[in-house]
Design a protein around this ligand. Structure first.
Ligand SMILES: Cc1ncc(COP(=O)(O)O)c(C=O)c1O
Length: 388
């Protein structure tokens, strides 16, 4: 049965990409694979906006996060974790398991990281090796000011490591210009590929830390990936099928244009926020990102909303995690999710809210979303006429 995947990962996979996943397997130590790999890592550099190498790991996003901890640090090191949600907390979980001391510069879930707090903590603790934070915190829908944080951290000896797992592709992110020393992402969000691949890039400043890192590692030892990168290979059996489908998704992304994708996500986010407000619901995030929109729901009915959407309409959206379970709902608008998908999602949400006894006016959210789309399309038409 047809379903509507409006979850913030995995996101829908375009047919062109899915077809590549269905092709017969071939061997990874071949010139055929090397050519695909070479092309893919070049395109990844374009997406990450970096001149540095981007390494591909056969792991979900958390694998790249772990790689960014175990290759840069040693037991007893001190780091800052600036967290504003569930995925920010993951940095702390990984680091503490490795015997790293974490100073938390965290904010309440729903709020954005305060760059000045990082600055203050770095001044007070000059031995801090690294600052770990999140670009778009998928669990709350918040975006953090990585550019400002980069300006602050780059003036110190510390490196800045950013989880850009959900934000990259959908929202403007510039690894080098924003002075990010390590950025990680994964396949199942803006990249529109099945889960299973993650990516990591490191600056020269970060590579200096790799030289002294004493945390034990094997599969995620980044120096192995670097050695094989030169040969257009990965150190272990490559996820051939996923990398082949990634090549196709990168082709589609480039064809559309990264800046056009950023604009599209911006519009979808604006429309989703208008839809939420039209329903009388409140946005959950202080500074909303452009890849996922979160809203508070009354009476902790979030899980009920999600279950009903799924069971009655085959519409899948995200819910609250941890302490937010039941309290928020999250609509994704990244990757292969378009205007019509959002309209379907909100139309079904309206029906579900009515069924659950919430007093809303039928069609209001959909009308608000249409309004945003029509306005933007009218502006584009106007612009085209002027250009002609
Ligand atoms: C911002 C962020 N960080 C980390 C993760 C974890 O990634 P994975 O589930 O691929 O390991 C996710 C996935 O939802 C995410 O959105």
């Amino acid at each position: 049965m047809r379903h509507y995947l409006l979850t913030p990962g995995p996101t829908p996979i375009p047919l062109e990409v899915a077809f590549k996943e269905a092709l017969p397997i071939f061997h990874h130590r071949t010139s055929k694979f090397a050519a695909i790999y070479k092309n893919v890592v070049e395109e990844l550099k374009y997406i990450f906006k970096t001149k540095n190498d981007v390494y591909i790991l056969a792991a979900s996003g958390t694998g790249a996060m772990e790689t960014a901890v175990i290759n840069l640090l040693s037991p007893g090191d001190e780091i800052i974790v600036a967290s504003c949600g569930k995925f920010g907390e993951r940095w702390t979980d990984i680091a503490r398991r490795c015997g790293v001391n974490v100073i938390s510069v965290s904010v309440e879930w729903g709020k954005a990281i305060v760059p000045a707090a990082i600055e203050k903590t770095l001044k007070k603790n000059p031995d801090i090796k690294a600052v770990y934070t999140t670009f778009t915190e998928t669990s709350t829908g918040v975006v953090n000011d990585i550019k400002r944080i980069g300006e602050i951290v780059s003036k110190t000896n510390a490196v800045l490591i950013v989880d850009a797992i959900s934000g990259i592709v959908g929202q403007e992110f510039r690894t080098d210009d924003w002075k990010v020393d390590a950025a990680v992402s994964s396949s199942q969000k803006g990249f529109m590929v099945a889960p299973g691949l993650s990516f990591i890039t490191l600056s020269d400043k970060a590579w200096e830390l790799v030289k002294t890192s004493r945390i034990p590692k094997f599969y995620f030892d980044i120096t192995k990936y670097k050695n094989y990168y030169i040969k257009n290979e990965t150190p272990f059996t490559s996820p051939v099928t996923l990398i082949t489908s990634l090549q196709e998704s990168l082709r589609l992304i480039k064809k559309k244009g990264l800046t056009d994708i950023w604009e599209e996500c911006k519009l979808l986010a604006k429309a989703a926020r208008a839809g939420i407000k039209a329903l009388g619901l409140e946005l959950f995030s202080e500074i909303p990102c452009e890849v996922v929109t979160s809203a508070s729901v009354p009476g902790e009915i979030g899980e009920n909303i999600i279950k009903t959407l799924k069971e009655q309409y085959e519409v899948y959206i995200g819910g609250g995690q941890g302490a937010l379970k039941g309290k928020i709902i999250r609509f994704s608008h990244m990757g292969d999710i378009g205007k019509a998908d959002l309209i379907v999602g909100f139309a079904c949400l309206e029906m579900v809210l009515i069924k659950l006894g919430i007093k809303i006016e039928k069609g209001k959210a959909v009308a608000a979303i249409e309004e945003e789309f029509l306005n933007s399309e009218a502006n584009t038409l106007q612009k085209l006429k002027i250009e002609v």
